[in-house]
Design a protein. Structure first.
Lengths: 132, 64
């Protein structure tokens, strides 16, 4: 069951592209986090800081392509997972933002995307479980 | 929605995987249809009906 779940819509080309994007992402993260302050020009610093965004866009497009070739039930599962993730993630991030605004907690905006992703993965498991 | 997919599949001696391959869907989809957890789209319902050489109404019961 889980092999079918994880491998739906994938191919050797998919995994190769995922590996390339992951490598680019990790390299860009290291560059952005460790070396960004060494860049003097504000424009160049912004470009270095935003470098990880390009591989992430690549991830999203790759996943979009993968989902398009899966069957209708799998597409429904992905849709339900997105809805679950949004239903939990958006109020959570809004709450954290408001608490940050009120000075109750300190939240870094940087965490928003990882938080949504962290909710999306178990949301997929829940959505998949409904149709087991 | 109740349906006769499992009954028709077993009458042919096919596994869920066999049926899934013929319908170009995943085994999970076949299982979800058979257990009533998922209602197929119209194109898929037509493919199922064509495969078993029956009408959609003979396989799927909308009242169920």
């Amino acid at each position: 069951m889980w092999r079918e779940y994880f491998c739906a819509g994938t191919s050797r080309r998919y995994w190769w592209r995922m590996a390339v994007l992951m490598t680019l992402y990790l390299g860009a993260i290291v560059l952005a986090v460790r070396h960004v302050h060494a860049v003097e020009s504000p424009l160049a610093r912004a470009a270095v800081a935003l470098a990880p965004v390009l591989p992430v866009i690549g991830f999203v497009l790759l996943e979009f392509q993968r989902i398009r070739v899966t069957d209708e039930l799998r597409q429904r599962i992905e849709l339900e997972a997105c809805m679950i993730a949004l239903a939990i993630g958006v109020p959570l991030l809004l709450a954290l933002g408001l608490l940050d605004q009120a000075g109750v907690v300190q939240v870094r905006m940087f965490l928003a995307a990882p938080v949504l992703l962290a909710i999306y993965v178990p949301a997929q498991v829940v959505a998949h479980w409904r149709y087991r | 929605m109740n349906n006769r997919v499992r009954e028709l599949r077993e009458a042919k001696g096919w596994s869920q995987g066999d049926l899934a391959a013929q319908l170009a869907v995943s085994r999970q989809t076949v299982n979800a249809i058979e257990t009533g957890k998922y209602d197929p789209s119209l194109p898929l319902a037509f493919r199922i009906a064509k495969l078993f050489r029956k009408t959609i109404e003979a396989i799927f019961d909308p009242e169920g």
